[in-house]
Ligand binder design. Structure first.
Ligand code: SAM
Ligand code: SF4
Length: 327
């Protein structure tokens, strides 16, 4: 479906939970109150909504959170979404901690790709960034290897923070050296706790990277349905991606809407507007319900603003945390 600005909307990010087994300081503070489990959409409800979204032209679903792998039975949701006629891809974004246990079942359920978040390789820094025991870092590293071994399309998401891990891109990009992994750098967005943390702009990062690897060239190949721009470093198997959420030419190609874990369809990260869907599930007639859900997806798509307002944070009306919105 096209939005008001002629963009084709074909991608839905589905948050399955606002809970997480980490406490990254730019994302989820320690003392945050979580929504009761009975307020979260059930998997059958998410699947019904996805079915309606497919009718509106959505073909790609990405599960996120919070941490999607902490919700029990999430591999079953992957299977349910994957089996819907019209679904082209189901992917997932995770911190990777539970992947050593779940990667096999996810692959078997039909998962098409996985993005794993990794901001550091240094144990003491991991504790500082993620607020938990550094032993969990080994689980994430194991999860990355397992995902590659199983042949899942694997990408790393890294967020650089000034004075914290800003120089660590040099080590992180090595994952792309001899493995088929794309390593991507996401600019810190002034959303939730991210507003208090200074990130590193991708322009600056690109400058540093080109100084070290002057032989790097733009990589025009398609790497999925996201907004990342890629470069290739000769001799590297994977590519290096830049998700310039704040400073980049981002919105003109935006193709997504979001579903929060409690059933709000959101059209943009910046604004506190959206379509509530939880009430629709009280409708007993499946056909009427399907029509209402389809209408909600269309309305949410038409609500998409032309662009975000990250460069003018005073205009941001969304004050929820990333885990509550679905990152
Ligand atoms: N727990 C999963 C994970 O960490 O991959 C999925 C949810 S998390 C919110 C998704 C991604 O959003 C992670 O890569 C995280 O680093 C990123 N993120 C969280 N808050 C952010 C912010 N304020 N700016 C930029 N990226 C952010
Ligand atoms: Fe959890 Fe992901 Fe947020 Fe870190 S970035 S606190 S892993 S939801």
């Amino acid at each position: 479906m096209k939005d008001r600005f002629g963009r084709t909307i074909e991608y839905m990010r589905i948050s399955v939970t606002d809970r997480c087994n980490l406490r990254c300081r730019y994302c989820m503070p320690d003392d945050i109150e979580k929504r009761p489990m009975n307020e979260l959409l059930r998997y059958e409800q998410i699947t019904e909504l996805a079915q309606a979204a497919i009718k509106c032209g959505i073909t790609h679903f990405r599960l996120t959170g919070g941490e999607p792998l902490v919700r029990k039975g999430v591999t079953e949701l992957v299977r349910m979404l994957k089996n819907l006629p019209g679904t082209e891809e189901v992917t997932l974004t995770t911190n990777g901690i539970l992947l050593p246990d779940l990667a096999g079942t996810l692959a078997e359920a039909g998962l098409d790709g996985i993005n794993i978040s990794l901001d550091t390789l240094k144990p003491e820094r991991f504790t500082m960034i993620a607020g938990k025991d550094s032993g969990l870092l080994d689980r994430t590293l194991e999860g990355i290897e397992k995902s590659v071994e199983l042949g899942l399309r694997t990408k790393l998401n890294c967020v650089l923070q000034k004075g914290v891990n800003e120089e660590e891109w040099k080590e992180l990009i090595q994952f792309a050296h001899s493995r088929p992994i794309d390593v991507r750098f996401i600019e810190m967005m002034p959303i939730g706790c991210g507003i208090k943390v200074e990130g590193i702009g991708n322009d600056e990062l690109m400058k540093q990277l080109l100084a070290e690897y002057p032989q790097a060239v733009p990589d025009e190949r398609t790497h999925g349905s996201g907004p990342a721009r890629y470069i290739r470093i000769p001799g590297f198997t994977g590519s290096i991606g830049f998700i310039s959420a704040v400073h980049g030419p981002f919105c003109s190609t935006c193709n997504r809407i979001r579903l929060t874990s409690t059933g709000t369809l959101k059209s943009c990260l910046c604004y506190d507007t959206g379509m509530e869907t939880s009430w629709i599930f009280k409708e007993g007639d499946p056909e009427a319900r399907a029509a209402l859900l389809e209408d909600a997806v269309r309305q949410a798509t038409l609500m998409k603003p032309e662009k975000h307002c990250f460069s003018e944070p005073e205009k941001i009306t969304e004050h929820k945390l990333m885990t509550q919105i679905g990152g």
